[in-house]
Design a protein around this ligand. Structure first.
Ligand SMILES: [Zn+2]
Length: 237
């Protein structure tokens, strides 16, 4: 048999097995990755919101102290009202009282807005935490499953990759390029056995002369339909 063809057939066997292994893992690696990134997004959102809450609490305390202070002053002004002796003094004091009342009311509405923002943030954090918990539960299961699947195949996979590399070194580059080009569009396998008289890649019927040549297994023939490299695995139709 043509040596390049022989190596390509072996390469194809390895790639088919690697594909099987990947399919055995299914969506697990992708799922685990996206769940991990989802959790980390939610966690950093919570951290950001918690930092904002800390600032808000400081502001709220500041306004509380301010309101206390203003209220004390207001109380004093009100007491002084009984002690004034002139209308002018009375008016001036009343102005101070109005001014203080306005300041208190402004401070209260700022404080209220901060409280509302804080409540909203706390609700989001609670929602996020619930989501994190749910995803975490599913992630734990998926990770265990993935680890199990990996443990089964990791050694085989490494050996396959090693054989694949040394095989590839022994294949003429024009054939290897053709194989890899097709492989890249077909889940990683660039060669198929004919099935009866048909291409194993696109299942189109091949000319009888081509089938005879392929069955001789001594030259590299591509499918006129899909361009995949063809060989014969020896199975009669
Ligand atoms: Zn084909």
């Amino acid at each position: 048999m043509n040596q390049t063809l022989e190596r390509l057939i072996k390469l194809q066997e390895i790639d088919a097995r690697l594909l099987e292994i990947r399919e055995h893992m299914g969506d697990l690696p992708g799922t685990v990755e996206s769940q991990e990134s989802e959790i980390s997004t939610l966690q950093s959102d919570n951290t950001e919101k918690q930092e904002r809450i800390t600032l808000l609490e400081k502001d709220i305390r500041h306004h509380e102290a301010e309101i206390d202070d203003f209220s004390t002053k207001l109380g004093k002004y009100k007491e002084q009202l009984f002690l004034v002796t002139s209308n002018k003094e009375y008016e001036a004091l009343n102005q101070e009282i109005d001014h203080m009342k306005a300041a208190i009311s402004e401070s209260e509405s700022v404080q209220l807005a901060f409280e509302e923002e804080k409540t909203g943030l706390e609700e989001t954090i609670k929602l996020n935490s619930g989501k994190i918990e749910t995803i975490m539960e599913s992630l734990t299961g998926n990770k265990a499953e993935l680890e199990e699947a990996l443990a089964e195949t990791v050694q085989e996979q490494e050996e396959l990759e090693k054989s694949k590399n040394s095989l590839e070194d022994g294949i003429e580059s024009n054939y290897l390029n053709a194989y890899q080009r097709i492989a890249s569009t077909r889940d990683g396998v660039g060669m198929e056995s004919i099935i009866g008289q048909a291409c194993g890649g696109c299942f189109s019927q091949l000319p009888p002369q081509t089938v005879i040549e392929i069955k001789q297994n001594n030259q590299i023939i591509t499918c006129p339909g899909c361009g995949i490299l063809l060989f014969w695995d020896g199975a009669e139709d």
